[in-house]
Structures are given as C-alpha cells and as structure tokens.
Design a protein around this ligand. Sequence first.
Ligand code: SF4
Length: 949
Amino acid sequence: MQVRNPPDAPQPARCRATTTCPYCGVGCGVAVELEQDQDSVRIVSLSGDVAHPANHGRLCVKGSALAETLSADGRLTMPQVRDGAGVLREVSWETALNLIAARFADLSRTHGGESIAAYLSGQLLTEDYYVANKLFKGFIGTPHLDTNSRLCMASAVVAHKRAFGADAVPCSYEDLERAELVVLVGSNLAWNHPVLFQRLKQARIDNPLLRIVVIDPRVTDSCEIADLYLGLRPGSDARLFNGLLAYMADRGRLDRLYLKAHTQGFDAALKAARREDCSLAAIARDCDVDVERLETFYYWFATQLHVVTLFSQGVNQSTSGTDKGNAIINCHLAGGKLGLPGAGPFSITGQPNAMGGREVGGLANQLAAHMDYETPGARELVGEFWNAPNIPQGPGHKAVELFAAIERGEIQALWIMATNPAVSLPDSTRVRAALAACPLVIVSECMADSDTLAYADVVLPASSWSEKDGTVTNSERCISRQRGLLAPPGEARHDWWQLAEVGKRMGYQAAFGYSGPHAIFREHARLSGFRNVAPRHKAGSKPLAASSIRRLFNIAPLAELDRAGYDSLKPIQWPVRRGDNGELIGTPRLFEDATFNTPNGRARLVPVTPQLPHQALSDATPLRLNTGRIRDQWHTMTRTARSARLMNHRAEPFVELHPQDAAARGLQDGALAQLAGRDEQGSVRGDYRARVRISHGQRQGEVFIPMHWNDHFASHGRAGALLAGLVDPLSGQPESKHGAVDVMPLPCEWQATLLIAPGVWGGHEDLAGAMTELEGCYWARIPQATLVRCQLAGEGQPDWALWCERHLSVQAGLWAQDVAQGGISAAGFREGRLIWWLRVTAGAARSDRQPNIAWLGECFASDQLSALERRSLLVGRLSGQADVGTMVCACHQVGELTIRQAIQSGDRCVEALGARLACGTRCGSCLPELKRLVEEERSDERTDSLEMA
Ligand code: SF4
C-alpha cells in the first residue's frame, strides 16, 4: 500500500500523522506512526492524540484496536455487476459507473427523479455527504436521500429545531468537567462513548462536589460513577421531566428573568405538564421509581445552575423521542441552565459524523447547509449556489418510509453507501423483501461481510478508515480531519469520487469536477456562509436582505483554506469566525448571549404530552424489548469483528433477563433462548436466538439484546427482525428501545464447540450449509487470530464422524466418545498441524467443561504439537490450566473467572487487579466491569459471612 500524503512529514521512512477515530460520536483524535519501505507503508503504532480536544490522548478499546481491522482480507476490491444469471461479476469502474449513470438518466426520463433514492451513513465523511446531497437533491432532483443517522439522533435534531430554531448542540465536552450536576438519560456512556465516560469519571475525581445521576431502565456500567440511579419505566422520560418542570415552578426554582427576556411558551409547557398529577407520589408511580430518589434528583436539578443533561438513543429511539428531548430542554430553559460553562442539554450522537451529515443536509427533510425545504427562499438560495436545475419541491422519505416506498414500487433505484440496512433497520425482514424487489440496488461498501451486498445489483468497492480523506464533526460540533494515510486496496475508491463520476456521466461535469476533498470542503464552507448575513440573531441588527437566510451553522472562513491549510486543519468547533488578527476562532458554547435562531431570537419551550411506547405488550409478547450497543462492537460488526480481541467480550448474541423472568421460563444462565415478536395480524415477527445472561440490573418484565449481529456471524442474531417499524411522527426515528417479545428456551438436544483453522471454510455460507445436515438450530461464528470458533446447537443425533469427514477437510486424528453421556471430543490434523477441534455435549444446558480457547489457539498456530499437547487436546486444556471465563479486559485478554479468582485471593480493588493481571491498565474501557466484579465478589463474601454468623 502506498503512502497517501502523510501530513506531518512528506517522505520519511517513519513518520507520524494524526487522524480521527471512525467509530462513535466522541470523535477522538488518533495519532499513528507509519513505516514506509520501498513501495509499501503500514501503521506500526496507534495511540490517542494528546493534542485533540475530544480525548486528550485517550482511546477506548475499539479505537485502540483500529490497526487490527485494516487487513486487505475481506475487503471489496473490484466493482461488480450482477449478470442475467444473478451472479455478481467483476467489471471495470468505467462499466459500473456508465451503467449507473445510464440507468439513472433513463429512470429520470421515464419515472422522474423521485424514482431514485439514496440511503447514506454517519460513517461517511462530510465531503462524501456533501457530494451525495448535491447530486441527488440538486441534479437528479429527488428529495429521497436519507441516512442511518435517522436511527440515531433524528429526534434530538427536531427537538433542537423546535427549541432553538436550529439543529444546534449548545455544549462542549469541557462542560461535563465544569458542571455541578451531570444527568445521563438513556445513555450508557461507559460502553457507547467510553472516552467521554472516562473524562466524566476524572472530573468527578477532580471535583468531589460534582454529582452524577443515571436515568436508565437498566443498571449499566455507567452506574459505576453514579451518585443516584433512577431505574425508570421504559418510555416514561417525558413524564419525569414534565414533573421536574412543575417541581421547579412549585418550589420557586425557575429563572423568571431568563424566561421573560429570552424564551417563549413557558406557560403552555407548564400547563401541559400539569395536565397530569404532578405530585411526587404520582410521578414516582408513573415512572416506577422510588419517591425519595425522585425527590433527590428533582432537588439537585432545581437547585444547581451548572447542570448538563446528556441524552442519547434511550431518549431518541422512541415514537415520542422528539417530545422527550423537548421535555429535557424545557427544564434547562426554565432554569436558565444553558449558555453557561457547565450547563445545557447535550445530545450525544452515536456515529462519528452524524453531525457532519446534518451540516450538509444528509437527512431527507433537510435541504443543505442547515436549511430546510420549508425555510422561505432556501430552495432558491441553494439552487443558485449550486447552479442546480432540479431542486425538489419538498422533503423526501425518511428511512423507514423510504423502504416502504421501495416496497410499494415507487422507488426504482437505491444507492446505499457505508451502511447495512438489511441488518440495522427495524422490521429488517420486510426491508430485505423491499431490497429484493427494487429493480436497481447499488451498494458502495468496503467490507465483504455486509448482508446488504446480497441484494446489490451493482457493488462499488469503497475506501475505508485510514484511506479516506476529509472531515468529520463530533457531538460537540468539532470539525476534525480524518486523514488518508494508506492507499485503498485494489480498485477501491472514495465515495465522493464515485458520486462525482456518476454526476459527470449524467452531464454535470462542471458541478462535479472536484479535484479532491479539499475542493469539496471549500465549496461546502462557502455555501454555509452564502447569504448568511450573521451567525446569529442580534437584537437591533439590520433587517435581513430578502434573499438572505440567517443560519447558525457558518464555517465560511474555512472556505479560504488552501490545500496545505486544509491538510493541517486543527479541530475547530462551529460556528467559525475570523479574529481581529485573521485567526480562525471556533465556538465552544452556543447561546451565551441567550439569543436563539428563531425569528424573534427567543428560545421556545414546547408543551409535551407524555406517551408510553407504541409497541404494545400482550399475552403473546409480555416482555418489553430494549436493544442497544455493547462495549466492543460497532454497528453490524463488519469492521470490529475483524479484531479477535474485540470478539471475545461478548462472543455470541445474548439476551439479558431478570432472574425471575428467567426462572418463570425455565431459562438458565448460559443456556440458549429464542425471542419472537408479533405483527399486527398476530403472526410471528422475527426469530432471535441467543445465549441467556441473567442480570439483576435488568428490570423485571424487560429484556435487553445487542443490535450488532449480522448473518455472517450468527444464524439468528438480527435484533432488527424483532422490531416493528414504528417511528416518531416528527423525526421519523424508529422505536428501537421499546419492542414487545416473549422469550422461551431454544429446544436443542446437543451443543458443540467447533474450532477450525482459518481458510478451511470460505465463510459463513459453508458453516450454515454444514449445519443443515446436523438439524442445527443455532450457530455463532467467532473469528480469532489463529482459528475460527463456532458455537453450534441442534436436535437429533447426528452421525458426527460422517459429518466431520464430509465438512472438515480432514478425517479425525483423535476421537473420544462418551456413549452414555452422548459427548464427543475429536480433532483433525494435516501434516501434524491441528486443522479442527470439536467438543459435543448432550442436552440443552451449556457444558461446565469449557475448553481453554486461548491455549487451543496456540495449538492451531503450532507447526508441530508435542505429545503432551496432543494428548491434552481431547480434554481441551493442559492439565492444571484454569478456565479464564468470558473476556473482560480485551486489551490484555483477561477473563472473568481469572479476575474473580484474583479478587477471592485478596485483590480487593481495581488497582490491585491491575497490578496483578494488568487488566484495566490500558484503554480503561473495562474498568466499570472490573469494579462491578469486585463489588459482586465482596457482596458475596459479606452474604457468606452473614449466613455463617
Ligand atoms: S470513544 Fe472510542 S470509539 Fe468513540 S471515538 Fe473515542 S476511541 Fe473511537
């Protein structure tokens, strides 16, 4: 791979460069060291960028493992087009791009531009997004361009617009460090934004007066630093914050001066809150929280000025997510708690560039540069700037609606970029049917492990992190460079390039003749300032010219950056202005002058009527389903599954249940379970099969499952298949936190662990095919460094010897069978090398004889096993080797059982565990889990001693 513009040092053998992490919305800076020999370059080390304001040198476990995800294996490297026989064939870029341009032109002529759509991703860079928006909305003339950010923060966007007149996050990360009270609502910060969690944790150490409240139906690892936890009823957030508004009014804790001078709508908002009984007892009952805890939270919020309420998907992913966001913002406005250091409502985005997508108009209801279709004069302004002939008349379909329109046949062509809707959207079985029926599906993707590729008529290989070059904007409005350091493999190309080439082929050469991301960024920055007379409303400022539209988002000074200035751009928060000496000045905090982007400059409090989840529970689906992320995986695993250590924290799909719900269903910890929902007709919706985790942190009547697994890594691991496509009517965001399911034991007569050398099977299809001969009902595929681990379960009594011979490339060289117990241990060798290893146990329960996978991994890597090792294979471990248990510390590969044993033998705190085992001493992502294990073991000790007493 070739060096692509290492920014800090042009041609050295070793050089350093900085870039930005491609995962979550924290947007951490990453420092890499590159080594170049004759004609290749590689990343030799990777660490947090100490100069980046988001992370100051920290990285979480996912960011730390980035270098492990970069191999060319499994990358898409050539364009492909599906032929008449339904087979994808490699073609040249020329062929693929000409085909797309011709089909688009033809559809535009015959069915109109609105028959063409795009579905994008918060993983794209701002430059990619900008070109996509311009091509589809400006030139093809379709409004149907939406993004997977719709699933993440669309409700917060609408809440911001309703309250502030602009989609503007008021706060900065440093506000967490300057607050007196931080409230986490619907946010498991410890797992989903780990570096921000570490910053908050450090802030609490530095300031013992800082209090932290966690509001979440689940006890998550974020509770590690909580002074107060409210385990509220799912979906009751708006009731909780309406109650807080009434409490502030009743106790004289409103900022009357602020309300009078800078806001409107307070009386109506309070009246709406008071429509329900606002006594503490009634609110505590409705939210199902302890009344004393509720009062403590209300008192802390009402009496502190410097309060940050940090909210995330737990609030947004709801049929009333927008109202929940406004209920939170109402309380901040009522108390004058924003526009100050350490104060404000703070929506944290899930993806690295959800904010950048919003800046360019990546949502179907946006036009461009923070202008909506409804904004008077916006269509004309954008049309003039782009010299674009086909600006649509109004908003397009939001994500869930978009796929419904495809199902109805209204959309004839869909271009999907950097996302996997066949897995990530709710009601994903229906989404797959829509994709299958769509006449033209184009998928731009870098990884081959995307389920959506199965529906592609044209596959375009895309560049990936470390290859892509451009900018991203994180949750605190900070624009950072993601730098292109390595050349993409094979024929992979940047997304913006693919779009621009199609635009040129459709006849729009002048509009899409970009020389590179720098040129795109400059145009984007110029548009942000085009007829944008003032960055914000000023009392007494001149009336706007008729053709001007006042927008908060303004980065016009960045349009003056030359190529070198763009390449060396330091992180900066928008809006951006020039100082007196010509320096670039960002804006850490918005609304400090209490002037908002509404027509009269006042913020709006919004009346909110609380609503509970729309997906109804029933006798057939009595459990409330919560879906979410886990610590070590990202989205649908196409990238993070490439790092073996990231696979081990939660190796299989799982379902977390309260002990009583598990007992009522006869489910044991570690057993396999099956989840299903019901559609409107009562038919079964979805089939999710997973390992049971019994958790006291789960409320009774509710279950949690991860959203990550796709068909490449599990037979039935798609969470989206269980969810109805119900959305917030204002934001279009799906209700992914509030499904309705039942859970039952998965009938199986045997379970097996199969380890197989890489390359023996081509991929998941070989495993899935082999499982059909076993009456298999479950499999999970877990790639490791030296082997692929497969967890299997099924029914009947397979002829294992025959199956091994047929499917595992070599016959068994070792075989032991326990006829009475129905267990088998076996291994196959080729020229002395271990090729496969199998352990089968009878029954549905997980065996307590777990093999030592780490040791077996060493055996797979060995050229020649010793006699002792070979003898020990049937046991699955060397004599005396202990089972390490589920992986807790991914950096140092320290398992739960090892940690529990260390605690039992005297390491009574996280620091002692770190000193002995090194766990928690690198990225720190596992520290909350370590602390929980210490607390669990110590409470067990206390219980034991009490019982003995
Ligand atoms: S917190 Fe982790 S995943 Fe998120 S940006 Fe930082 S390093 Fe990346």
